[in-house]
Design a protein around this ligand. Structure first.
Ligand SMILES: Nc1c(NC[C@H](O)[C@H](O)[C@H](O)CO)[nH]c(=O)[nH]c1=O
Ligand SMILES: CC(=O)[C@@H](O)COP(=O)(O)O
Length: 204
């Protein structure tokens, strides 16, 4: 999408690097064709920004209503991994090893707390109030989750009135196409990188 369009995400003046970030993606099986395209779009941008494949954790759930719970538990799981991997500072042997030679640079997958998580789902209006309830509950819960945990939660949930709207927003179907999954990948890197700085009391 060109930067001079009225609607949509414009490029940031800063380019954020995803190197060293750990990103979660949780996606639904509901409306799978569209969801798969959105996930691929998000993964493509994460890779483009330097997030290592082994530092992307992907999980699936049945539908959008399950997204907030899954995001919450994935954040908790990553925090558990981070605390099990960190040296116990009350342990004197750990303190001695900290004082010793610099540890060899760690390779492989990160075990740190997720820097951001992307919740991806596609809600398409049917003939009952089901759609409205799930849209409302899911969006409110995802917002609350990021405010409560301090981990950015990227809102990758399409709330569409028909199939055509969903396809177009995943870069599929007829006409002008833009895959919003890519925007969500970029948003995760930007928010993850900024949040790391903010967590250290820095703005730059
Ligand atoms: N209708 C859609 C759903 N419905 C399923 C719910 O999200 C949920 O899985 C079920 O009620 C069990 O708790 N999910 C979508 O993602 N998209 C829809 O259009
Ligand atoms: C519970 C359901 O999935 C279903 O009754 C919802 O129906 P609709 O999508 O037509 O509102």
């Amino acid at each position: 999408m060109a930067d001079n369009t009225l609607k949509g995400l414009t490029s940031s003046t800063d380019t954020f690097s995803g190197e060293g970030l750990r990103i979660g993606i949780v996606h639904t099986r509901w409306n799978k064709q569209v969801v798969d395209a959105l996930v691929a779009g998000a993964l493509g941008k994460l890779r483009e920004r330097g997030v290592k494949q082994e530092n992307v954790v992907v999980q699936e759930v049945p539908g959008s209503y399950e997204l907030p719970f899954a995001c919450s538990r994935m954040i908790a799981a990553s925090q558990l991994q981070a605390s099990s991997a960190a040296p116990d500072l009350m342990d004197s042997t750990a303190l001695l090893s900290l004082a010793g030679p610099a540890p060899v640079a760690q390779t492989g997958a990160s075990t740190s707390t997720l820097d951001a998580i992307i919740a991806i789902g596609v809600l398409i209006k049917g003939s009952t109030m089901h759609f409205e309830y799930i849209c409302d509950a899911t969006s409110q819960a995802l917002m609350k989750l990021q405010m409560d945990t301090g981990v950015p939660v990227i809102f990758g949930v399409l709330t569409c009135l028909n199939d055509e709207q969903a396809l177009a927003r995943a870069g599929l179907g007829e006409g002008q196409k833009h895959n919003h999954g890519g925007d969500w990948g970029l948003a995760a890197v930007e928010m993850g990188a900024k949040n790391r700085l903010w967590g250290q009391g820095k703005f730059h």
